[in-house]
Design a protein around this ligand. Structure first.
Ligand code: UDP
Ligand code: BGC
Length: 247
């Protein structure tokens, strides 16, 4: 078993990293982690995240959307794939998008959706737990199905590091929707250090691309993401879906 120490800590998980509390759940979450080549981070995240979600009494499953070696990393497209694949498997009411390198520190910081899109990772250790880049929704965010469908999900155009979260903030605003943020002193996350990822170069064109978001968003998102599933494995503590992006 992969990560059998984490599996041993979480005896009530079902295969694939599924959990159902024995009292009425607070909600039904799909946790979606865009991923490539960060196995060490994933093990540590699962160790911290499972107990938090269980103590908050959610019914949930963790999906790792693993981009194949082909192509530049594309976080937005992977998050769209995660949404589309998770909703085929269960009727979730809330989708939480989660960077693999952010560890929740506070059991009181709820992984819930609300009437507004929620940007959850407001306090991050590497930013001294102060909100930075405060207009975006990067890191950890939560969307209902209706909220995500309304903005057509994430852009698939941002290959490489950065921009997809700025783009999402523009989509949300363009639809007259709002972003709700818990206080950074409540929602604290430890960011794990990492070097530059060779398959994920800085997207230098992102600021220019952001000027076209409102024009492109209706045809660029969950309704246009191109991918094929290369394989799915049900690990003890998560569901792994390996995908190749593109036609
Ligand atoms: N990511 C990944 N492999 C990569 C690049 C990114 O798994 O090669 C995922 C991972 O979930 C990570 C997120 O994309 O947390 C955001 O990328 P990164 O951590 O590099 O950005 P940072 O938040 O550190 O600026
Ligand atoms: C990037 C975003 C990032 C933000 C804060 C921007 O330049 O485009 O993806 O979240 O900086 O780091």
């Amino acid at each position: 078993v992969m990560f059998d120490d984490v599996a041993a800590e979480n005896p009530y998980l079902e295969i694939g990293g599924y959990f159902k509390p024995n009292t009425k759940p607070r909600g039904k979450l799909a946790v979606i982690i865009p991923f490539r080549n960060r196995k060490f981070h994933l093990r540590v995240l699962l160790h911290y995240l499972h107990p938090v979600l269980q103590s908050q009494r959610f019914e949930y499953c963790i999906y790792v959307i693993n981009q194949s070696n082909k192509g530049v990393f594309n976080k937005g497209a992977l998050m769209n794939v995660g949404y589309l694949e998770a909703m085929k498997r269960h009727n979730y009411s809330c989708y939480v998008f989660h960077d693999v390198d952010l560890l929740p520190e506070e059991h009181r910081c709820l992984y819930t959706c609300s009437d507004d899109v929620r940007h959850i990772s407001t306090g991050i250790s590497k930013f001294k737990y102060k909100l930075v880049g405060g207009v975006t929704v990067g890191g950890v965010s939560a969307f209902t199905t209706a909220q995500l469908q309304r903005v057509n999900g994430w852009s698939n155009r941002y290959v490489g590091w950065g921009g997809e979260d700025d783009d999402m903030a523009i989509r949300i605003r363009a639809h007259g929707m709002r972003i709700r943020r818990p206080s950074p002193s409540l929602c604290k996350f430890t960011s794990l250090p990492h070097g530059p990822d060779p398959g994920n170069p800085l997207n230098k064109k992102r600021f220019n691309m952001l000027r076209h978001t409102t024009k492109e968003m209706f045809g660029d998102g969950v309704n246009s993401v191109e991918y094929s599933v290369l394989g799915e494995t049900l690990q003890a503590t998560f569901t792994n879906i390996t995908v190749e992006l593109g036609k």
